[in-house]
Design a protein around this ligand. Structure first.
Ligand code: GLU
Length: 486
C-alpha cells in the first residue's frame, strides 16, 4: 500500500492546485459478497479513468468493524484480479488511516466546525419522538452546539461519552450537477449536525469518505445512487475543509428482469460464482459495460474498445435490467471466439471436478476446438468434452437400439470399413454417408448408433470430427464394445 501525502486541513490547501488528471476510485465495504452491481460500479470508474489516461484507486472501506471481514476483502481483491480491473493505487484500508481522520476531526473541532455532543441515546429518542408527534422530520436539534450548551447551561453527566458532530450550515442549499442525474439540490435545513465520530472515537462513513476522497485527490466519484443522500453531507464537509469538491456520477440501480430488486438469479450473487460456473471475464466485462451504458448499437466489443469509447455522457439514468439470458449469450460468443489454448487450462480444471481422467491419447486442444461453439459456459464445455474421455452411460432406450439386429449390422459394417481406411476427415465422412446410402437408410440412422457407441449420447459435434479426434484405435475399440460376440 502506498502512502497518501497528508494535507493540512486549511482553507488554502487546494487553492492554487489545478488537478487535471482524472482520478477515480472504487470504495467497497468488505461486508458481503461483491456482486454484479458492485462490479459494474468498479468497471465504470475503471473505464472512465482508463479512457482519460487517469488513475484508478482501490480503497477498502472497513471502518464498520462489526460487519467487515478479511474474507470479504479477499473476495474483492480476487474478483478484481479475475476481471482484470487493475488499479494504480491501493488497496488503501480505512482502518489504517484512523490517525489521519482523527487529525482532521481535531482541526474541525479547533475551527469550531465540529463539536462534542453529550446527548444520550434516551434523550435523542425522546427528541425524535416529539418531532414525529409534531409531524416534523426527526433530526438532531443542535442542542450541544457550544453556544446553545452555554445558553442552556448544559451539564455533562459524569461517565457520558460524547459523539462528535459536524456543524452543518443552517441555511442555503447544497447543489451539484450530477454527471448522470443532472442538477440535484438539498436544503441545508433538511440536514442536521450529523455524527462524524462515534462514542468510541471511530469516525463514521460519511466523514472517512470525505477525507479519503480529498487526500486521494479524487476528481470523479462514480458510485451507486444509494449514496445520493450522503453527497450533500460530504460536500458540506469538503467545503468546511476548503477541499475541492469532486464531480459526482451516481449510477442508477440494476434491477432484475421483472423490474424488482436484484435477486440471486439476476446477479445478486458473488461475481466469483460466475467464474465457478464457467463464465469468462471478458464476457462479464462486456455484459456489464452495456448494462447502463451504450455506444450506439454495439453489443460485442473488446476491453480496448470499451476504454476508447467509455464516456459518462452515455451512461443512462434509467435503472438497468439484468438479463441472465443475454449474459449467457455473450459468454457463448466469447467462448466460441476464444483461442482454445487460452481456455484449455480452465477446461481441464472443470473436467477433473467431474472426476474424469484426461487420457493423453485424445488431444484436448482439438476437443476444445470442436466443442467450444456448442457450449454456453466452460462448465458446459467441460461436460461436452468429458464424454470423449469417458462415454456417458447409455439410457435403456439407447441400449435397446444398439442391440437390435439392424443396428448391429450397421455397427459391424462401420467397424469393418473403418478399420480399413486412412483416417482423414473427408474419407471418414464419405464412408459413413456411403454406408447409409448402400443400406438405404437416413444418415441419422447410421450416425446416431455411431455416436451412442463412441460418446454415449446422440448429440455431439459432427461425426467426422468426432472420429478424427478419437482416433482409429479408440473408435474401433468402442464400436467393438457394443458388438454382440455370438
Ligand atoms: N463503501 C461504500 C459502499 O460500499 C461506497 C462509498 C462510496 O463509493 O462513496 O457502498
Amino acid at each position: 500500500m502506498g502512502s497518501i501525502p497528508a494535507r493540512r486541513a486549511t482553507k488554502q490547501s487546494n487553492q492554487f492546485k489545478v488537478v487535471t488528471m482524472v482520478r477515480t476510485r472504487f470504495a467497497p465495504s468488505p461486508t458481503g459478497l461483491l456482486h454484479m452491481g458492485g462490479v459494474r460500479t468498479a468497471l465504470y470508474a475503471w473505464a472512465f479513468a482508463r479512457h482519460n489516461n487517469g488513475k484508478f484507486i482501490l480503497r477498502i472501506e472497513n471502518t464498520d468493524r462489526e460487519r467487515s471481514t478479511d474474507a470479504a476483502t479477499q473476495v474483492i481483491l480476487e474478483s478484481l484480479e479475475w476481471l482484470g480491473l487493475n488499479y494504480d493505487e491501493g488497496p488503501y484500508y480505512q482502518m489504517k488511516r484512523l490517525d489521519r481522520y482523527k487529525a482532521v476531526i481535531d482541526t474541525l473541532l479547533g475551527n469550531g466546525l465540529a463539536y462534542y455532543c453529550y446527548m444520550s441515546l434516551e434523550e435523542l429518542n425522546t427528541l425524535r419522538e416529539q418531532q414525529r408527534r409534531h409531524n416534523e422530520k426527526p433530526r438532531y436539534n443542535g442542542h450541544w452546539r457550544p453556544e446553545n450548551a452555554a445558553k442552556l447551561n448544559l451539564k455533562i453527566q459524569p461517565g457520558t461519552q460524547p459523539v462528535i458532530r459536524f456543524r452543518n450550515p443552517d441555511s442555503g442549499v447544497v447543489q451539484w450537477r450530477d454527471l448522470i442525474k443532472g442538477n440535484i439540490s438539498f436544503n441545508n435545513e433538511e440536514l442536521d449536525d450529523f455524527v462524524i465520530a462515534r462514542q468510541d472515537g471511530t469516525p463514521t462513513y460519511n466523514f472517512c469518505v470525505v477525507v479519503d476522497d480529498w487526500d486521494m485527490q479524487i476528481t470523479h466519484v462514480i458510485r451507486g445512487d444509494d449514496h445520493v443522500n450522503n453527497t450533500p453531507k460530504q460536500i458540506n464537509i469538503l467545503r468546511a475543509l476548503g477541499a475541492t469538491v469532486p464531480q459526482y456520477a451516481h449510477l442508477s440501480t440494476i434491477c432484475s428482469d421483472d423490474g424488482q430488486k436484484l435477486s440471486k438469479r439476476s446477479g445478486a450473487i458473488s461475481v466469483l460464482q460466475y467464474r465457478d460456473e464457467g463464465y469468462l471475464p471478458e464476457a462479464i466485462i462486456n455484459y456489464l459495460s452495456r448494462l447502463g451504458w451504450s455506444h450506439g448499437d454495439d453489443e460485442i466489443f473488446s476491453r480496448e474498445q470499451l476504454i476508447e469509447w467509455f464516456d459518462i455522457d452515455n451512461v443512462s439514468g434509467v435503472p438497468a435490467r439484468f438479463d441472465p439470458e443475454k449474459l449467457l449469450w455473450i459468454n457463448r460468443h466469447y467462448l466460441q471466439h476464444s483461442v482454445s489454448s487460452n481456455i484449455v487450462g480452465k477446461v481441464k480444471e472443470f473436467i477433473s471436478q467431474l472426476n474424469v481422467t484426461i487420457d493423453d491419447s485424445i488431444d484436448i486442444n482439438s476437443l476444445v476446438d470442436i466443442n467450444k461453439s456448442r457450449s454456453g459456459t466452460i462448465v458446459e464445455l467441460a461436460e461436452n468434452i468429458s464424454m470423449y474421455y469417458s462415454p456417458r452411460k447409455l439410457e435403456e432406450k439407447s441400449l435397446l437400439l444398439l442391440k437390435k439386429e439392424k443396428t448391429q449390422d450397421i455397427l459391424r459394417e462401420l467397424k469393418n470399413k473403418l478399420s480399413a481406411i486412412s483416417w482423414e476427415k473427408e474419407t471418414l465422412d464419405k464412408l459413413v454417408r456411403d454406408i447409409s446410402k448402400e443400406k438405404q437408410l437416413k444418415l441419422s440412422e447410421v450416425a446416431i448408433p455411431l455416436r451412442l457407441c463412441l460418446l454415449g449420447t446422440q448429440h455431439s459435434a459432427p461425426f467426422d470430427q468426432v472420429l478424427v479426434v478419437l482416433g482409429k484405435n479408440i473408435v474401433l475399440q468402442r464400436l467393438d464394445g457394443y458388438l454382440s460376440k455370438d
